[in-house]
Design a protein. Structure first.
Length: 467
């Protein structure tokens, strides 16, 4: 079965589960006594997810202080009951892949994820019968996961601090999965950017006026990305670090964890940061959702370049700090196109999915902001943006030209710690967003053998002037 056929079947085989049935399953499969009135269905593409609060008599099996979802000894805890669609329910190996990957991340470099909790029979994948929309009864896979009370990336203001922390968390996710593998991760998946052009048949579901731009991105993948495929590193990736899957603290500055491993695949490593950056760019234009077609959206507080630099430079720096390689020359070269591909795939598959399930508002979340983000992103040629991102990452992460202090405006009494500056202030001083970014790109192109020395020479007049 092709990945497109699987995607279509997922929508058709979404289980029908009432609130009463969810409470019953929580009790029968996991021994949970659900607190009255606490159960709430969560948004989902093709599964049924229920948030609930419950008590239980299984603290050794269901409680872990790292989950921050309650306390032991029978006190109320927060959970998510997940009933899988019919397609994944027939592929328990892939659900096991998700479970094993979450364990790997929990043991990794400081990025929290949930875990599959055992049923009363000790199973991390339970089974239950439920009907489909067609009325046909099917056996579905069921999992229970801890719910960590927190905010969502989608619901907090976008700041450079938060973006840098998300880039760092994404790198920790990559590093945690660096040695992970599972046979079920080697699969064809419609959301895998390595096969982005596979969504082309669904393009008919997108508005006609968008076809040219969307098709152009897929064409660029064929001409610019595919030839470099042999040079792109492979790894198991989460594959869906989006604004709905990133947990943040109450202040909206720290990333607490990453959830939902349902789009895992063995693919190009660079796809992980490409996907995370794509959704950060979409989030930048969330005001477009409320503006509508007639209204005017408020201009974003940050630029697309600032968002992309904050995400990609922090990712590259953290990968290096964790003993991994940041991004290779080939990966920087394809990154802008892959970011555009993820937005394109989201728009095309989202349009198709919305046509199949018009009442599901969750499927429409990224349509307007995604389109705005893609238009703005494509206003800069991919090679130019790749040069800007790679040059800025080198500028912002290399100790050679990040001196501990810098005297501002020739004032002997004013000393600024560069490590505490927002990217915006740093970039404004060095001019990376304007002419200097292109000068750096030119120098890097002309001096590929020793790029750091070339950039250092370019910046030395500015550094000397600021002393």
């Amino acid at each position: 079965m092709s990945s497109l056929e699987q995607e279509k079947r997922r929508k058709a085989e979404k289980p029908v589960i009432s609130a009463e049935r969810a409470v019953q399953l929580a009790k029968e499969l996991y021994g949970l006594d659900v607190v009255a009135g606490s159960l709430k269905e969560l948004d989902s593409y093709d599964d049924r997810n229920f948030y609930l609060r419950a008590t239980h008599a299984r603290p050794d099996a269901l409680s872990d202080p790292r989950d921050c979802n309650g306390t032991r000894d029978g006190e109320v805890q927060h959970f998510v009951l997940k009933i899988h669609n019919g397609v994944e329910s027939l592929a328990p190996a892939f659900i096991d892949c998700q479970n094993q990957a979450m364990i790997c991340v929990r043991r990794g470099a400081g990025c929290w994820s949930p875990r599959a909790l055992p049923s009363v029979h000790g199973e991390t994948i339970a089974r239950a019968t439920a009907p489909l929309a067609s009325g046909i009864e099917r056996e579905h896979a069921v999992r229970l996961l801890p719910f960590r009370p927190s905010g969502l990336f989608a619901d907090v203001p976008l700041t450079l601090t938060l973006l840098r922390n998300l880039g760092t968390a994404t790198a920790r996710l990559s590093a945690s999965l660096a040695d992970f593998d599972h046979p079920a991760a080697h699969r064809e998946h419609v959301w895998d950017l390595a096969h982005a052009p596979n969504v082309r048949p669904l393009l008919v579901h997108a508005p006609a006026e968008r076809h040219a731009l969307l098709a152009g991105v897929l064409d660029e993948f064929e001409s610019s990305v595919r030839p470099l495929a042999p040079q792109l590193r492979m790894a198991a990736i989460h594959g869906d670090v989006n604004d709905q899957n990133v947990l943040v603290d109450a202040g909206g500055t720290q990333v607490l964890g990453i959830i939902d491993f349902g789009d895992m695949t063995y693919s190009w490593l660079v796809n992980e940061i490409a996907i995370a950056t794509a959704y950060a760019l979409i989030a930048l234009h969330y005001s477009a959702r409320t503006a509508g077609t007639a209204g005017v959206a408020a201009p974003p507080a940050l630029s697309e370049l600032e968002v992309a630099i904050a995400m990609t430079s922090s990712y590259a720096a953290e990968m290096t700090a964790l003993g991994q390689r940041g991004l290779t020359v080939a990966e920087w070269a394809v990154l802008p196109t892959l970011i555009a591909c993820r937005i394109t795939v989201s728009l095309i598959v989202g349009a198709y999915s919305s046509a199949q399930d018009p009442a599901n508002e969750y499927l429409k979340l990224t349509q307007l902001p995604g389109w705005e983000a893609l238009k703005r992103l494509r206003a800069v040629p991919a090679p130019e943006l790749a040069a800007q991102l790679s040059a800025a990452a080198a500028l912002l992460s290399t100790p050679f030209w990040q001196p501990p202090h810098w005297k501002k405006n020739n004032d002997e009494n004013t000393v600024v710690d560069l490590h505490t500056l927002e990217h915006r202030a740093y970039l404004e001083h060095f001019g990376v967003q304007a002419k200097l970014s292109m000068a750096i790109a030119t120098v890097l192109k002309e001096r590929p053998a020793n790029p750091l020395l070339a950039v250092a020479e370019l910046l030395s007049p500015l550094l000397n002037k600021s002393k």
